[in-house]
Design a protein around this ligand. Structure first.
Ligand code: ADP
Ligand code: MG
Length: 326
């Protein structure tokens, strides 16, 4: 790709870090890792029409591409440091790249993530980011540590991003109702879809406290299912305990629970911890500005089941999350 485009990327992504010996511009970046730490590395790709709707604003694409990657670091309890970006563009569109990078930087700046290199090619619109973070040796959060008797928690609220996607879906039977509904709720839900918040501070706080952790990218039941499989346990979710935002309840009363159980793209953290630590963990998290809710328990066995407050198993009202049951 044109030198101009890469120069524009370099100019717009300047974040100074002591541990970046050499950033964009040579054949490889030179980076210094802190002693006593492990490097946590993750890669996620966003493809137009698959991971974001056609017509998504370039700034939102840049923001979300970094957010989903930082969310993976959050789930490990890591502190982000560096990113690489692979950009596939149908044409060398400088305006697009600049707006996309503005979105990227809106999240890179507060987390002090330096863009240290990448690749730019011609092709269908797609953006891959590799993030690197640090975690003190032996302290990373894993999926495999959940034990029978642990409590299950989730940060923030669930189902908002799936509801945001539904708000943009003109083929839905209730598309007109959604368009004329509360503008404020619509806007909040769509923002949760386009600009998810990676729970970095919460992940760091959970080091040494949580027994297992995952970020909710595919849906709660599916992702908690991954924790169960990795840990060799089962889980019970209390459907009535699920944290639902008022925006979600305002627009999708009947479907809210399905969105919370099966909707992807929320990027909240789902974690487990010994039940007697619940109080401390919840108050530490809420003091850090990221509330969490206890939503269930780890049990012997396998797979995830969902109960209501009276203990009756909850069935999905639609195709919904049953499809994801593990
Ligand atoms: P090479 O052919 O040696 O890989 P490139 O022309 O692909 O060189 O890249 C030149 C420099 O620009 C490299 O330092 C590379 O890491 C950086 N770069 C290219 N594309 C991007 C991008 N999308 N984001 C960040 N850095 C990039
Ligand atoms: Mg290259």
């Amino acid at each position: 790709m044109e030198f101009d485009l890469i120069e524009s990327i370099r100019a717009r992504s300047a974040i100074r870090r002591e541990d970046v010996v050499l950033g964009i511009g040579d054949d490889a970046a030179l980076l210094r890792t802190p002693p006593g730490h492990e490097l946590a590395v993750a890669l996620d790709t966003l493809l137009e029409g698959v991971h974001f709707p056609v017509g998504t604003a370039p700034g939102d694409i840049g923001y979300k591409a970094l957010a989903v990657n930082l969310s993976d670091l959050a789930a490990m309890g890591a502190t982000p440091a560096w990113a690489l970006m692979s950009l596939s563009l149908p044409r060398a569109d400088r305006g697009f790249v600049e707006q996309m990078l503005d979105g990227f930087m809106a999240l890179a700046e507060p987390h002090r993530v330096a863009l240290v290199g990448g690749d730019t090619v011609r092709g269908p619109l797609a953006i891959s980011i590799t993030v690197h973070g640090f975690v003190p040796e032996g302290q990373a959060l894993r999926r495999s540590g959940a034990r029978s008797g642990d409590a299950v928690f989730v940060t923030g609220t669930l189902g908002d991003a799936a509801a945001g996607l539904a708000c943009l879906d003109r083929s839905r039977e209730d598309a007109d109702r959604l368009l004329s509904a509360s503008v404020d709720s619509r806007r909040k839900l769509i923002a949760r879809l386009n600009r998810p918040t990676p729970r970095i501070a919460a992940g760091q706080l959970l080091r040494g406290a949580a027994s297992a952790c995952i970020d909710v990218s595919d849906g709660l039941v599916a992702d908690l299912g991954h924790v169960c499989a990795a840990s060799g346990v089962g889980a019970e979710i209390d459907a009535d305990a699920l944290p639902l935002s008022s925006a979600l309840l305002t627009l999708f009363d009947a479907q809210a629970r399905d969105f919370a159980l099966a909707g992807g793209d929320d990027y909240e953290l789902c974690f487990t911890a010994p039940a007697d630590r619940a109080g401390t963990i919840l108050s530490d998290l809420s003091r850090s500005g990221c509330g969490a809710t206890r939503i269930g328990r780890i049990v012997d066995g396998q797979g995830v089941v969902v109960h209501d407050a009276s203990g009756k198993p909850v069935r999905s009202t639609s195709k919904g999350w049953d499809h994801f049951r593990s």
